[in-house]
Design a protein around this ligand. Structure first.
Ligand code: GRF
Length: 205
């Protein structure tokens, strides 16, 4: 792990998780800096946040490539160039190739308590199921959808008058704090992943 740790953050949308990391990394004591922000689409607030912070950005759109494999390779190449210690997929709406994952320790946030409610609609599915507690999960990305080894989780209560939007906003507030805390500790203390067991600290990586 470099000191400060080098982060590449991938986004597809509003980028509030990215903003939380940008704010945290402004303090040198945090132990990490964002060396680039990448996206799979143009004209999103996530890219604007990076530009306002003076962080380099790149965009690789699937539609600009003849094959998905071509896009996978292009994304891997551009991320490689920034030599990240950790890639953070923060609301990035694409699956990453196995080659990418083999090369980069990649973390993702999911707005539910894994293994419950994987996929695109975590808050909606939790609400429809009627759970009283849901939350957010930070995990190491593997070949599945929201299945990877769990790094951190935070519980969030479901209120009786919640709709999907109000629940997702409450989850996102907790999710951002969890992400900032865990990424900072990983940057400062290292991370070990053995099978499904993740430990921050103890073993530097
Ligand atoms: C987060 O809730 C994330 O878990 C989900 O999409 C949301 C992204 O929010 N995959 P933002 O773009 O960071 O504001």
């Amino acid at each position: 792990m470099s000191q400060p740790a080098r982060l590449v953050v991938l986004v597809s949308g509003s980028g509030t998780n990215l903003q939380a990391l940008l704010d945290a990394t402004a303090d040198p004591a945090y132990g990490a800096r964002i060396v680039a922000v990448g996206a799979d689409r143009e004209d999103i607030e996530g890219l604007a946040r990076a530009e306002r912070a003076g962080v380099p950005t790149f965009v690789r759109r699937v539609s600009d490539f003849e094959t998905r494999e071509g896009w996978d390779a292009a994304l891997t190449t551009v991320v490689d160039r920034f030599e990240p210690d950790v890639v953070v997929s923060a609301g990035f709406m694409k699956l990453l190739s196995q080659e990418f994952l083999d090369r980069h320790l990649t973390l993702n946030t999911h707005p539910a308590l894994c293994p419950a409610f994987p996929g695109m609609h975590g808050p909606r599915d939790a609400l429809e199921h009627g759970v009283k507690v849901t939350g957010a999960t930070l995990f190491v990305v593997d070949a599945g959808v929201d299945t990877g080894p769990i790094v951190a989780q935070v519980p969030v209560p479901v209120e009786e008058d919640d709709d999907v939007a109000s629940l997702h906003e409450r989850i996102k507030t907790a999710e951002r704090a969890m992400l900032v805390d865990a990424v900072g500790r990983i940057a400062r203390e290292g991370i070990s992943v053995e099978g499904r067991r993740v430990r921050i600290g103890a073993v530097a990586r």
